[in-house]
Design a protein around this ligand. Structure first.
Ligand code: ADE
Length: 340
């Protein structure tokens, strides 16, 4: 049981306090320190410079893409470059219209409001957000019944940065109110290696080339996972009194975590094996996969599936998910026979 929760901590986890603190330490503070996402960085720099020249606040920005690729980190960097404050919240945390009202009225001109998981905002709140984004106005209803009146408050000229793993779940009216929409991409192995080297320098333990290569290959092209694995490798290196992270300690940690050489962990393998063994490789609906694996649909869709699709092990079809030949081969299954 202990082992399972330890494994869970790599891809899908609520982090321990110490890990969270370390993550903040590892987070790059400027565009110069931020490795990867070159296209998005270039566009954001232009947005910032142009707005600064015009002495205006920047337009609202929507960042989307798989979890752990740096949406929050980029937002902190934007705030830092602009020299403005940033308030961090999330779609599910804003439960009532009043919650949003108090957040918005407490911002200063130019400040950034970062809403993570913005696709989970409730509809009523979304509608209050439209005039706030467009005209910096907040409509509030005072009183009840026939005597109810609408009051309009002026808001500071803030910038909304929305983040989501699901662009398709954002309503058109909300999406249309963002001036810049950027997709964050999975990182290349070289970029992940650079991030691992940078992080190990900050953590104060050197790493050799092979060690960083091994960790990079199992990091699902995702910095958050690379840093989590690096921290676990560092733990083992320190317990073994090693002064450098080498390939052997990296390999040993990954074996303990049951992470394979492309970064699949037990839950990925359970999902794939379930589709192969119970549903003949698919196509099978996501609800059925969730029921058969005791995982939530959203967890499969947001946490596990994007990387399996990226690897070409799984495809989404109109009739459901299917394991590919490549996926079968990775798990050691024979290729699927084609009925003639
Ligand atoms: N740590 C986490 N993400 C990073 C990135 N993109 N660049 C540098 N360090 C990071």
């Amino acid at each position: 049981m202990f082992y399972t929760s330890y494994i869970m901590a790599i891809t899908n986890s609520k982090e321990q306090f110490e890990d969270k603190k370390l993550d903040i330490t590892l987070r790059p503070q400027s565009f110069n320190d931020y490795i990867g996402q070159e296209k998005t960085k270039r566009n954001l720099k232009i947005l910032i410079e142009a707005a600064q020249k015009r002495k205006e606040s920047i337009e609202h920005v929507l960042l989307y893409g798989p979890a752990g690729l740096g949406k929050t980190t980029l937002s902190h960097i934007i705030a830092k470059e602009l020299g403005v404050g940033i308030k961090i919240t999330s779609g599910p945390a804003i439960e009532r219209v009043g919650d949003l009202g108090s957040i918005l009225t407490n911002l200063q001109d130019g400040d950034i409001l970062f809403i993570d998981e913005i696709h989970r905002l409730n509809k009523l709140i979304e509608e209050v957000l439209y005039p706030a984004m467009e005209d910096y106005k907040l409509d509030i209803i005072v009183g009840k019944g026939p005597s109810a009146r609408t009051l309009q408050l002026d808001l500071p000229k803030f910038t909304l940065i929305g983040a989501t793993t699901r662009l398709g779940s954002i309503s058109n009216p909300l999406r249309n109110r963002f001036g810049a929409i950027h997709r964050l991409e999975f990182y290349s192995p070289e970029e992940i290696k650079k991030i691992i080297k940078r992080s190990s320098t900050i953590l104060g333990i050197p790493i050799n080339e092979k060690g960083s290569e091994i960790i990079a290959s199992c990091s699902r092209q995702t910095p958050r996972i690379a840093n989590r694995i690096l921290k676990r490798v560092r733990d083992l290196a320190q317990i073994q009194d090693k002064e450098i992270i080498c390939d052997s300690v990296a390999k040993e940690t990954l074996q303990m975590l049951e992470v394979d050489h492309v970064g699949l962990e037990p839950t990925d393998r359970i999902i794939m094996k379930t589709i192969i063994e119970k549903f003949d490789g698919g196509p099978v609906g996501i609800g059925t996969i969730a029921a058969a694996t005791s995982e939530e649909i959203q967890t499969i869709e947001d946490v596990y599936e994007p990387y399996l699709i990226q690897l070409g092990f799984l495809v989404r079809t109109p009739r459901g998910r299917m394991i590919t030949e490549r996926g079968l081969h990775h798990l050691g299954y024979a290729p699927k026979k084609i009925d003639l």
